[in-house]
Design a protein around this ligand. Structure first.
Ligand code: C2E
Ligand code: MG
Ligand code: MG
Ligand code: MG
Length: 276
C-alpha cells in the first residue's frame, strides 16, 4: 500500500542519514590522530606530453587507514571541508610536496613540478599566502616548482579578495592552475578578471565529446581560448588513445589521465618518470 511505501522511504532515508552522520563523526574523531600518525599519503598523477613524458605531477591525497584500507578523497574531503578541518590536511599536503621537491632539487632535478590542491575553504580558514610562502622558504625551493590548483568555484566564492591573494602568489613566483574549469558558473567572466598560468579543463567536457554533437566544438573552443589568453591548457581524465589523438588535433598538448597513469605512490612515480 501507499502507506507502506512511504514508511519504507522514510526508513531508508533515516538509515542513509544515520550512516552519513556516523561516517562524519568517525572521520572527525580520527582525523587529527591520522595526521600525527602520517596515515595520509601523497600520491602523484603525472601530467604528460603526447609521448607520456612527465612535466610534473598532481598531488592527490589518500588515507592509508589501519582498518579500512586505502581511502579515496571521496570519503573525507567533503567532511573536512564542512567541518573546517580541511586546512590542516592541505597544509600537510603542501608540506609533503615541498619536502619532496627539495629532495629532488638536492638530487639535481629542477625539471619536475608538483601541483597541489587548495580548497575553497582554505581561503577563509588560514592566510594562504603566508602559509605557502613560509613553506617554500622552509624547504628552500623555487615557488614555480610548486603549482597551485584552485577550482573556479573557489575563485568565484569571494572573487575580489581571492583575486588579490592569487595576484600576490603569482607575483611571488607561484604558477596558478585553474582546476575543473567549466564545471562552475561564470567561467568566462572569471577568466577576464583572473590571471592564471594553467587552465585545466574539467573532464566532463571530454566525456561530452562522446555522445553530444556540440561537445567537440565546445572542447576545441575552450582549448583555443586558453591558448589565446596565454595559458597552458591541460585536459584531465584522458582514458583512451582516441581521446588523446582528438585532443592533440585540437591543440592541447598536456594531459592527465588513466590512459597514462592513475595516481601512484611517490616512489613509483620516481621510478617510472624521473630516471629517463
Ligand atoms: P581534482 O583535483 O580535480 O583531481 C582529479 C581527480 O580525477 C582525481 O581524483 C584523479 O584520480 C581523477 N582522475 C584523473 N584521471 C582520471 C581519468 O582518466 N579518469 C577518471 N575517471 N578519473 C581520473 P581523486 O584523487 O579521487 O581526487 C578527487 C578530488 O579530491 C580532487 O579532484 C580534489 O578536488 C580533491 N582532492 C584530492 N586531494 C586533495 C588534497 O590534498 N586537498 C584538497 N583540498 N582536495 C583534494
Ligand atoms: Mg586538482
Ligand atoms: Mg580537476
Ligand atoms: Mg575535481
Amino acid at each position: 500500500t501507499i502507506k507502506n511505501n512511504y514508511e519504507t522511504n522514510i526508513a531508508y532515508y533515516d538509515d542513509k542519514l544515520l550512516k552519513r552522520t556516523l561516517e562524519e563523526r568517525r572521520v572527525i574523531s580520527e582525523f587529527e590522530g591520522a595526521i600525527e600518525k602520517k596515515e595520509f599519503k601523497m600520491f602523484l598523477q603525472p601530467q604528460v606530453n603526447t609521448h607520456g613524458k612527465a612535466y610534473g605531477a598532481e598531488a592527490l591525497v589518500r588515507w592509508q587507514h589501519p582498518e579500512r584500507g586505502l581511502l579515496s578523497p571521496f570519503f573525507f574531503i567533503d567532511i573536512l571541508e564542512t567541518t573546517g578541518l580541511i586546512y590542516k590536511l592541505d597544509m600537510y599536503m603542501w608540506e609533503c610536496a615541498a619536502a619532496k621537491l627539495s629532495e629532488w632539487k638536492k638530487k639535481g632535478d629542477t625539471v619536475h613540478y608538483i601541483s597541489v590542491n587548495i580548497s575553497t575553504k582554505d581561503f577563509y580558514l588560514i592566510d594562504v599566502y603566508e602559509v605557502i610562502t613560509s613553506i617554500v622558504k622552509k624547504y628552500d625551493i623555487e615557488p614555480k616548482m610548486l603549482k597551485l590548483e584552485i577550482t573556479e568555484t573557489a575563485l568565484m566564492s569571494d572573487l575580489k579578495k581571492n583575486m588579490e591573494v592569487i595576484k600576490s602568489l603569482r607575483d611571488y613566483g607561484f604558477k596558478i592552475e585553474i582546476d575543473d574549469f567549466g564545471s562552475g558558473y561564470s567561467s568566462l567572466n572569471m577568466l577576464k578578471d583572473i590571471s592564471a598560468d594553467v587552465l585545466k579543463i574539467d573532464m566532463a567536457f571530454l566525456r561530452a565529446t562522446e555522445n553530444e554533437v556540440k561537445g567537440q566544438d565546445i572542447l576545441e573552443t575552450i582549448i583555443s581560448l586558453g591558448g589565446k589568453l596565454g595559458m597552458e591548457v591541460i585536459t584531465e581524465g584522458v582514458e583512451t588513445d582516441k581521446q588523446l589523438i582528438m585532443l592533440t588535433e585540437m591543440g592541447c598538448h598536456i594531459f592527465q589521465g588513466y590512459y597514462f597513469s592513475k595516481p601512484i605512490p611517490v616512489e613509483e612515480f620516481e621510478q617510472k618518470y624521473m630516471n629517463e
